[in-house]
Design a protein around this ligand. Sequence first.
Ligand SMILES: [Zn+2]
Length: 426
Amino acid sequence: MPVVTFALGHWVGWAVAWLATWLLHGTLLLGAAWIASLVVRSPGARDALWKTALAGSLATATIFVATKHGVAPPAAEITRRVLVDRAHAQAPLRTALPPLPAPGPVVPPWAPEIALAVWLAGALAGLARLEAGRRRYWRAAGDRHAIADAEAADTLRRLRAAARVKRTIYLTAADGLEAPVAIGSAEICLPAAALAALTSAQRESVIAHELGHLVRRDPLWKVGMEIAAAVLWFQPLLRVARSQMAESAELLCDGFAVRVTGRRRPLVEALGVLAAAFRPRGVAAAGFGDRGSPLVRRASRVLDATRAPARPLPAILRGALAAAALAGTLAFSPGVAPPPPGDVRPAIRRLEAVGVALNAGRTDVARIAPGGFLRLDENRDGRRRELSVTRGADGRALYDYRENGAPQPFDAPARRWMTASLAARR
Ligand SMILES: [Zn+2]
């Protein structure tokens, strides 16, 4: 699994890594759903494909970024002059210079911030547009009031029993509404004018269709989808997903209404009555006479008695689809790892050794020739360590060890650091 590492700071790095990873995973899964939707016609299968692609890519991108992090760049050595007194050497330092590491991908330091600012501006504009549309819709619809109609309440009770819906469902009406709408998880709102124009059988079909939306949690999916399309505006496949999910939802709720009421024709008649009440700018009204329109497709699908009413994909297949998408994406898709924890400034190491021999474990200087010395400096994670070893008057090694300039005893942790630093980067 290739991992691209950018050395970015803190949350900017995390945000850019998540967005870039989601762009990769989302393109893979939404693209696969889109290709599959070219051959799969069943509304239940299409619905499952798009939902799996959307929720799956959000999940895999989050899992990827939460479980991976980039590695700090290896120490860059500015000097490595190693001359060993071979006569006294027991464990000589390496004399060959190791190859320099290949340079990583070059990203201008300001690029992540610019990318994040552009994304944020687009996301905020999209959310503002969404909120303005929502307010416009409800201003036009006007106040919602409970439907105090015994027959409508009785119809709803019967439908809930037939569909085995346990929770309370509120039936409301609004004067300015153009089409029936399911709201949140428990409300069906009908246009007051159209309600009066429907026969009781037609009204039953309409309420059954909207009940279908509530059972499928369509209002919540719709809000989630709208927010995803606004925030993740740089992914055009989300717009394809949104329109195909909406169309599949209508076909599946038509199927639900036919199964629950046991009748096909009143639903199609209600579609016609509601479309006629629509103002001309309405999509359904504009497309009513034209063969390719969603409304005609819905009506012919409902009236086609040779086909069973549309139904959702069985739960076991939906589960298998989700498992395959998650496992496949996490196993094979690349992603962008967030920056490593801590300071990401590359370490700088400087080593000079002349006429010294280390002991076998490289924990100590075993011998040091007259005029010999060892100097090891390292800058890493904001900490500077300097070790200077010279030959004392008695011929033994003298240690001068400093951390951030302050003299420190050359104790066991300091020795461990020296050993690790000398062993690093073969
Ligand atoms: Zn609907």
